[in-house]
Design a binder for this molecule. Structure first.
Ligand code: ADP
Length: 514
């Protein structure tokens, strides 16, 4: 764009030229159309880019041509003079019109360019704010185009040529195989691509990116993709921090539940220990007889071993629940999980004279999840049920059942014969800090919901008028090929069938090893 000074010079030069042409045209008797030189005047003015000035130059040139024609010396060849005047006017008009048209086009293009620059700036700003870059890939060459934000994400200066080869050195070694698989799919012309992976930058920073790309052209072996590349590092880090906090909270709640069960647990451990002492004494008595009875003594020692093992199991179970560990996802047999949870609350049921009906129809139902957290959910529901029932006189019955549902899920249903949940409390049942207990924290059910939802499931409560509460946990069945019962759970755990009571002497190994 010309600056002001240049424009002023052009206008001045055009004025001088125009005046000179006028004087020559008006005062001399040249027999050629000197007025045609007004075309130069118009073009010089047009070079300033001003439409009004160009229009003025065209009009003034025409007026000056006519004036010069009018004041020309009388002896001139009148016909030739008239033809030259008309010829000059034609040239002036044509030039003016063309110059105006060109200037209008230029103005329009400038507006379009400004709009484009503005929208590019908007897009770049939006991409920067949302940390989302645009990419274009052409297979099989691997040629690419990146937006400014994509260059930032990949950590290359925008002067570098974008190419698939530049991405590969940035891909985190652990994600390389998956990225290569995705590229192979694109090479094969997959219509839609979605990939989350990590980049390891030269300074060892790890970025998490999410690529979504759509195939736009597919001709034979040639496939082109346009997509968005999102830098989701902050989101992933926030999620990780949140998960850490949730795990901490879940652990605190587990320890709190154990605190509630402390009396039962102490009793549970004291009992086998007392039996150990009694059997030890009796073994000693058999051995100290004048005629030691080795057989009876051996029986007593065997009983000691059984009781000591039992005490160890209980302690291991408690340690497993109290232990702080990061969630470990594995295949879990749902019925074994239920039995494990029942083992934890077994003594609590006994102490509060609660009968248990166990109906585990979901045989071999396997889910994928963290054993400790899911067991925590069931223990929490069972402890809540016991606490609700102890508040009222009358029959106390805990019913726990498991079912496989037609939509590839398994439900575990925990019902009681307590007072139930009133509609006003029902609405806030899973809210944090909602409690009706004087010493309650109101975190149990909200933590349960968090755990179940992180496992892709749901938890809901029902409380028909006149009956107790029913809590239903629904979890998706594992579809993995290796969907077998979890190896760490001993396979000899007996599963009690419908109507069985859980307050019989527990069997070994119902809990994971501590
Ligand atoms: P807390 O046990 O500390 O109160 P929870 O989140 O486990 O916290 O339970 C919240 C509330 O839900 C309880 O205070 C109780 O009012 C209600 N609730 C939970 N389970 C039952 C149940 N089986 N029967 C009646 N009310 C229940």
């Amino acid at each position: 764009m010309r600056n002001e000074t240049t424009n002023r010079l052009l206008i001045s030069a055009a004025c001088v030229l125009g005046l000179a042409v006028f004087l020559i045209d008006a005062l001399t008797t040249l027999d050629f159309a000197i007025a045609v030189l007004y075309v130069l005047v118009i073009l010089m003015v047009a070079l300033t880019g001003s439409i009004p000035a160009t229009r003025l130059a065209g009009g003034a040139s025409a007026v000056l041509t006519l004036t010069a024609f009018g004041v020309a010396p009388a002896h001139m060849d009148d016909q030739g003079h008239l033809v030259r005047c008309l010829f000059a006017l034609l040239a002036i008009c044509t030039t003016t019109l063309l110059a105006l048209r060109m200037l209008a086009d230029m103005a329009q293009r400038r507006v379009a360019e400004a709009a484009l620059a503005r929208s590019e700036a908007f897009l770049a700003e939006a991409q920067k704010l949302s940390k989302t870059g645009s990419i274009f890939i052409r297979f099989p060459e691997g040629a690419m185009a990146w937006s400014t934000e994509s260059y930032r994400i990949f950590g290359y200066p925008s002067t570098e040529e974008a190419h698939l080869n530049r991405i590969m050195p940035r891909v985190h070694p652990d994600d390389l195989a998956e990225v290569q698989r995705t590229h192979a799919a694109m090479l094969g012309g997959a219509p839609l691509i979605e990939l989350k992976h990590r980049l390891r930058m030269p300074n060892d920073d790890v970025l998490h990116v999410h690529l979504v790309a759509r195939r736009t052209v597919s001709e034979g072996d040639r496939h082109e993709y346009v997509g968005a590349l999102m830098d989701v590092t902050e989101t992933v880090r926030t999620q990780q921090a949140l998960q850490g906090t949730m795990a901490e909270l879940a652990h605190a709640a587990r320890v709190a539940t154990l605190g509630q069960l402390a009396a039962s647990i102490a009793h549970e451990v004291t009992q086998p220990m007392a039996a150990v002492i009694a059997c030890g004494n009796s073994a000693l008595r058999w051995l100290r007889r004048p005629q030691p009875n080795i057989e009876e003594a051996a029986d007593s020692v065997e009983q000691i071993v059984r009781d000591a093992s039992r005490a160890t199991e209980i302690i291991q179970r408690i340690r497993a629940m109290a232990r702080k560990s990061t969630p470990k996802y594995e295949q879990i047999d749902v019925n074994r999980l239920v039995v494990g949870a029942l083992e934890v609350v077994r003594r609590e049921l006994q102490d509060h004279r609660v009968a248990a009906d166990i109906d585990l129809a979901a045989e071999s139902a396997t889910i994928r999840g963290d054993w400790t957290q899911l067991q925590q959910v069931l223990v929490n529901l069972m402890v809540n049920a016991v606490q609700a029932m102890t508040a009222i006189p009358g029959r106390r019955r805990l019913t726990v059942s498991s079912r496989i549902t037609p939509d590839n899920a398994v439900t575990v249903i925990v019902s009681d014969t307590g007072p139930g949940i009133s509609p006003e409390h029902m609405a806030r049942l899973f809210h944090a800090f909602h409690t009706t207990k004087s010493n309650g924290m109101g975190l149990g059910l909200s933590i349960c919901r968090g755990i179940v939802e992180r496992h892709g499931g749901t938890i809901e409560a029902e409380s028909p008028p006149g009956s107790g509460a029913t809590l239903i946990v629904r979890l998706p069945l594992s579809t993995g090929e290796n969907a077998q019962p979890m190896a760490v759970v001993p396979s000899d755990v007996p599963i009690e069938k419908s109507g069985a009571r859980s307050h019989e002497r527990p069997t070994s190994g119902a809990e994971r090893p501590g």
